[in-house]
Design a protein around this ligand. Structure first.
Ligand SMILES: *Cc1c(COP(=O)(O)O)cnc(C)c1O
Length: 465
């Protein structure tokens, strides 16, 4: 056998790579060290592929030629956002993995400026960070008092810590919930130092069960909304009125973890009714907590509303400093509450999507479909079912409309690899793109993504992959 020089010798030296015009420009853009590092990694990877026999013969020269481009790609990915924007074509409006509610598109200018966060402008001295926000929340919810913290888990934790530490809280066995993302009611209660007293059965809990469980160590009754499941069939649960009556007879507060933050009657959008925050307060709940980024349609936050004697101490509790929201959440929440208060719900993306008539979705699907078929992507318009998601109304879906394209998992994977990535759903080997959760100004990007993903898929098939 003739002697063959080790093929690594054909890999260019790093200083030669750095002389390539494209990489010289990259040094200006990204700095010397990151470019060097990217070169080293790319060269090492090629070396490994050669030694594993994956690249050999004339392919090695081609691989060397491609190095510059690969290094540039790696640099671009490295500086890409850790949280890139995606097109949500899943039809799930509150998708917890995709950031739940998208924020109002018009954001306040003070986000990028100094702002009177804890400053009383008229007096020229230190002010209260929370006071202005608390007023706005209370007004929108029709409550006497309000507090805002980081998320709803923090809200419930703070309520329990402040009012029930080392005491007992009574909860129905039908409500010991786990919400995705590691929120388990019994665990939050334990972490807060509260003793959980379970009453009733999974499907049936009676008022007398609660009454029998109240003793000298009881601090409160707690109702947790069954956000992401339903118990159906032979079931019963006392009403909020009845529970409030019992709690107040025993001088206890009734705490409700409402979860979703429904402020409006969901029947307006063809969804089943869920107790709104103000209905719960009217029915006698003393403290109600809920998320800011579910049906409220705002930033991640936990809001607590209710009677002053139970809510005000939360803002004075030492833990409040640990759980308080930052200025970005306060400002985006203010914008969100403004839209709720003025009734201009369409300014909140979640409600704009909920309110989009099916005809508008069909029109967009028709236009997109026509353009795509002209570009040899055989999509068809199809009916779909969208869902609220985020642990709200788990069984209900909304009539929606979108596009379908045969291609299965391979196509869905390719759609996630384009920029911006498109997240779709698969039903019977068809990739389904629900337009209800795609903003109309993303239709063009969706079209480009489909063309790129579909033509890539076919090129692969033709190459026999
Ligand atoms: C969503 C939810 C939570 C958790 O809220 P986060 O804002 O995600 O912390 C707690 N309780 C209920 C009932 C929920 O629906």
């Amino acid at each position: 056998m003739p002697f063959v020089a080790p093929d690594y010798r054909r890999i260019p030296a790093i200083h030669r790579l750095l002389d390539l015009p494209a990489l010289r420009a990259a040094v200006d853009d990204y700095g010397h060290a990151p470019v060097m590092e990217a070169c080293r990694i790319a060269v090492d990877q090629l070396r490994q592929r050669i030694s594993a026999g994956e690249v050999s013969g004339p392919d090695i020269d081609a691989a060397c030629e491609a190095l510059g481009g690969e290094i540039l790609d790696a640099l671009r990915t490295g500086v890409a956002s850790a949280y890139p924007a995606v097109i949500n074509a899943t039809g799930v409006l509150l998708h917890t993995n995709l950031g739940r509610a998208p924020l109002p598109r018009r954001l306040p200018p003070s986000l990028k400026s100094y702002l009177a966060l804890e400053y009383d402008v008229s007096e020229g001295r230190r002010g209260q960070r929370l006071a202005a926000m608390a007023d706005r929340i209370a007004r929108v919810c029709g409550a006497a008092s309000a507090v805002m913290v980081n998320n709803n888990a923090a809200a419930l934790f703070l309520i329990l810590k402040a009012h029930a530490e080392q005491r007992e809280v009574v909860v129905s066995r039908g409500q010991l919930i786990e919400i995705g993302g590691s929120f388990r009611l019994p665990d939050v209660m334990e972490a807060s130092g509260t003793k959980l007293v379970e009453v009733g059965c999974t499907n049936r809990t009676h008022l007398k069960d609660y009454a029998a469980a109240i003793g000298e160590h009881t601090a409160a009754l707690l109702v947790a909304h069954q956000s992401n499941f339903r118990i159906v069939g032979f079931t019963t649960e006392p009403s909020i009125d009845e529970l409030a009556g019992l709690a107040h007879d025993r001088s206890l507060p009734l705490i409700v973890d409402q979860g979703s933050g429904a402020l409006h009657d969901l029947r307006r959008w063809g969804l089943p009714h869920e107790h709104t925050v103000s209905e719960l307060l009217e029915a006698g709940a003393d403290v109600v907590c809920f998320s800011g980024d579910k049906l409220l349609g705002g930033p991640q936050a936990g809001l607590v509303v209710g009677r002053s004697e139970w809510v005000e101490p939360l803002a004075r509790h030492p833990l409040y400093r640990v759980l308080r929201p930052d200025k970005t959440a306060l400002l985006t929440m203010e914008e969100t509450l403004r839209a709720h208060h003025s009734g201009r719900l369409e300014e909140i993306p979640l409600y704009a999507m909920l309110e989009t008539p099916i005809d508008a979705l069909m029109g967009r699907a028709r236009r997109l479909g026509r353009r795509l078929r002209e570009r040899d992507v055989p999509v068809r318009g199809r009916e779909t079912r969208a869902a609220l998601g985020g642990g709200t109304t788990p069984e209900e879906t909304l009539a929606s409309y979108g596009l379908g394209l045969v291609g299965g998992q391979g196509l869905a994977d390719r759609l996630r690899a384009v920029s911006p990535p498109v997240v779709a759903r698969i039903e019977d080997d068809e990739v389904v793109l629900d337009l209800r959760t795609v903003f109309p100004d993303q239709d063009r990007s969706l079209e480009e993504a489909l063309v790129a993903a579909y033509s890539g898929l076919n090129a692969n098939h033709e190459a026999g992959a």
